[in-house]
Design a protein around this ligand. Sequence first.
Ligand code: ADP
Length: 259
Amino acid sequence: APRPMTDEDVPPGLRKVANIIAVSSCKGGVGKSTVSVNLAYALHGMGARVGIFDADVYGPSLPTMVSPEVPVLQMRVEGDDRIIMPTEYEGVKLVSFGYAGQGSAIMRGPMVSGVVNQLLTTTDWGELDYLVLDFPPGTGDIQLTLCQAVPITAAVIVTTPQKLSFIDVVKGVRMFAKLKVPCIAVVENMCYFEADGKRYFPFGQGSGQKVVDQFGIASLFQMPIKPELSASGDTGKPQVIVEPAGEVARAFSELGASV
Ligand code: ADP
């Protein structure tokens, strides 16, 4: 069983972060980053101070989804330490490997799971109500080290309605349960689309509800297939246009109030 984290274990740059939310999925391409970004901007829209950490080294998607004016991370040197300063777009702080490219010494060298931790834990996040961690897909080493490096308040699991994904979600729920991180929501993305005033469920219905029932997760959110969502993801200007992101944000803000 994991040892509970004491204040001293928390990296200095994260000590003023009230809630850390892990957004996780077992597979790539299910909309995890879309949910992370929508959730972050929905929380920001509710008046919270928010940051997003994109933990995907191999395919960082934050730079595609959010294009800040200064798409690089600055560094501050304090004695022997180098402290990373997040970049920002419309009031939300952003850190991703995709912003760490040009001229930034921290990114030289082999990219291992330690580097993910380093980027997260040597960043000065300042005072935040929520830090959204966009986890890399899967339930392996990188995910485990992330969970052990910082105190995660709660997790949200993103899936699509297909059966295989359901099995994956169970893996995700079990991983967080082992680490004593409560999994408070499942987002079932690309669940349905609307045409001619009707809802169509191309992949069937019910797996999300099954996960919620079996594992006692508080909320299930169904997110439709929306061409606008994909388009806004590609332009670098996030628009919170999908209502479930707002609902998920409200679920988390209630959690924030109770911790
Ligand atoms: P992941 O982070 O799980 O790999 P992304 O969030 O990058 O997935 O989404 C994969 C692609 O699908 C992106 O191009 C994104 O814009 C698109 N997408 C995700 N969710 C939806 C949705 N509900 N409707 C339309 N397009 C979506």
